[in-house]
Design a binder for this molecule. Sequence first.
Ligand SMILES: NC(=O)c1ccc[n+]([C@@H]2O[C@H](COP(=O)([O-])OP(=O)(O)OC[C@H]3O[C@@H](n4cnc5c(N)ncnc54)[C@H](OP(=O)(O)O)[C@@H]3O)[C@@H](O)[C@H]2O)c1
Length: 239
Amino acid sequence: MFDMKALKGKNIVITGASRGIGYETAKQLAKLGSNLALGSRTIKQMSPEQFSSYGNVFLAEVDVADERSVKDFVCDVVSTLGSVDALINSAGVGTFANVLDSQTDEFDTMISVNLRGTYLCCKHFGRHMVERRKGRILNMVSVAGVTAIPGCGGYCASKFGVLGLTKVLQSELRAQGVYVSAVIPGAVRSSFWDRIDHQLDVKQMIPVETLAKHIVYMLAQPEDALIDEIVITPPLGIL
Ligand SMILES: NC(=O)c1ccc[n+]([C@@H]2O[C@H](COP(=O)([O-])OP(=O)(O)OC[C@H]3O[C@@H](n4cnc5c(N)ncnc54)[C@H](OP(=O)(O)O)[C@@H]3O)[C@@H](O)[C@H]2O)c1
């Protein structure tokens, strides 16, 4: 039912591709022969060869929280690839503390990167897709975007926001040929957790390779029946 071969030659943009889920997804799509535009603040420290030699890989610095930077990124990507078939919004940050103990600047950063960043990329790539009357957008949400998790106030607020934005875009853009879906994972074993002081058992988390496979399947959906959102949890559920 899922036609992975159809991803060969597709032009796919991934934000947050310098590590973690975005990086692993880029590697898998490169092996399938997709042409990739990969963005993050530090992406230029990588070399395109890291992503395989099958498709074309274009690396561009972008800070998704900064509208000027996103607009430049969209221009560079469109002039390099010619067009964009799919966008995966994987750039994201998380810091965790009970709301009353949390730092306001950390709250602001999560809203800026996770919510504003997703909004800006959907808006500016979305306009290009609407002009072509086709395109796919996958937004990385989290189970923290559908569940109130103590100690995750700012992160939950940003991810509930991303899910709300995704649902609105789904209805606004469907009729114009642009399909927007939410990927809602539980804890994934990625570099996300390296910066966080947590008590979770990383061995119980979803392997990043498996999560990336689910993302690739989402992109390979047939256009006559789409998956609006997918919830992917570790075998033990929310950790
Ligand atoms: N890991 C999990 O357990 C998990 C679970 C559910 C959902 N998610 C979500 O999945 C997405 C990917 O998470 P991950 O596990 O891959 O995290 P990660 O390993 O920490 O990677 C985060 C990526 O986001 C990029 N990034 C951060 N701030 C950015 C900015 N302002 N502009 C552009 N890029 C930026 C980073 O690159 P630079 O530093 O180079 O900019 C990096 O490539 C996030 O939205 C996260 O919230 C993760």
